[in-house]
Ligand binder design. Structure first.
Ligand SMILES: [Zn+2]
Length: 368
């Protein structure tokens, strides 16, 4: 009797288990069907411009969750519980390396173990570096290195840093400038950037999306990742990628010619978001923030002197930060403050606006 009831109990339990797993199966299936009606891939990104990039590549095939909404500062952001819940549905997260990502993503992945995490900053900077090395190697094959080489770098020889070739600094350090080691110039070689203050000192500069050349690498990374997750969409992703890359190339050429011939090549910003842009176009960024923090009185005095020396006419601020100190310096040296936004959703038009603003400010800002 006891034996039978136990067996019956076991059978009931087995049936209950079976029906639970059948239910779970149909739940998963209906969730997948629901997603595929509109979007095939659930993508999560950190900042608004990344949403623009993913949508350029994926069109309707991706649902994009952006964590840092307009107006918020990515460096001090923390996601809401609702955002964390939505992240549990993500197929892929394109991270940029902000502190909240470092803190949150491992825990989110513990819940959502099928979510892929792609480190955009690390991978795009590396891809750009490899591309540069390949280009230099192929140039070296066509140019004969001379004994007393002057350092244009194109032959692959180490730059001697005398500057007499008229080429922009390749970062060998031999010019005597102290390298700040922040890596924010985009080079693994840690190029010296005059008075550059990295907001994430000792860490990688995360603002790669302000460089059209690095955005080209990011676009390739997005297309490859989406094609891998959704092979049926690969053709769409490839076609959209090709179109976007052509647009970026045109933008890059346009900005290059806009910024080619300026009286001064040094610009002052409150927050050091533009180092990759500066590196692409041979400009130097000087930031008022020191190590991502408000400067002290000594820093302020030093930066004010520098700005006077460089005859700075504009100090660039961004809408996410309190820029009272930028205004104080501007007032003292008779300059104006101008807002440029690294997080604008209309990325292409915004890059043009930024180039125009820099060109207007630096042309006529004769360095003394
Ligand atoms: Zn920033």
């Amino acid at each position: 009797m006891l034996d039978i009831s136990l067996r019956t109990g076991g059978l009931v339990a087995a049936l209950a288990l079976l029906s639970v797993s059948l239910l779970a199966c149909s739940d998963a299936r209906s969730a997948a069907e629901e997603r595929s009606a509109e979007a095939v891939v659930n993508v999560a990104v950190t900042i608004v411009p990344q949403k623009t990039f993913v949508e350029r590549i994926a069109g309707e095939r991706a649902h994009v969750q952006v964590l840092v909404e307009p107006g918020a500062d990515p460096h001090t952001f923390d996601p809401t519980p609702r955002q964390v819940a939505e992240l549990n549905e993500a197929d892929v997260y394109f991270m940029v390396g902000e502190p909240f990502e470092q803190a949150r993503l491992p825990r989110i992945r513990a819940v959502n173990d099928r979510m892929r995490i792609v480190d955009v900053t690390e991978q795009t900077v590396e891809a750009a570096q490899q591309r540069k090395e390949r280009e230099q190697a192929s140039l070296a094959k066509h140019e004969t290195p001379v004994g007393d080489h002057d350092g244009c770098g194109s032959c692959g020889e180490e730059c001697k840093g005398c500057g007499s070739c008229g080429e922009e600094c390749k970062g060998c350090g031999s010019c005597g400038e102290e390298c700040k080691g922040c890596g924010s110039c985009g080079s693994a070689a840690r190029q010296p950037v005059v008075l550059h203050h990295c907001p994430h000192c000792g860490d990688q500069d995360t603002h790669t999306w302000v460089s059209p050349r690095l955005v080209a690498e990011q676009a390739k990374l997005i297309a490859a990742t989406l094609s891998d997750l959704d092979p049926d969409g690969a053709e769409v992703y490839e076609a959209n990628l090709a179109e976007f890359l052509a647009e970026i190339e045109e933008l890059d050429r346009e900005i290059q010619s806009k910024l080619a011939d300026l009286e001064s090549r040094t610009f002052f910003v409150y927050h050091a978001a533009w180092a990759y842009f500066a590196a692409d176009y041979g400009l130097t960024q000087v930031a008022i923030e020191v190590g991502g923090q408000e400067p002290n009185m000594g820093d302020l005095a030093r930066i004010t002197d520098l700005a006077k020396e460089a005859n700075v006419r504009t100090i660039f601020i961004q809408p996410q930060h309190d820029a009272r100190q930028a205004k104080t310096i501007a007032d003292e040296i008779g300059a104006t403050v101008h807002t440029i936004d690294p997080l604008d959703p209309d990325w292409t038009a915004n890059m043009r606006r930024v180039a125009d603003a820099l060109s207007e400010s630096l042309d006529g800002q004769a360095a003394q």
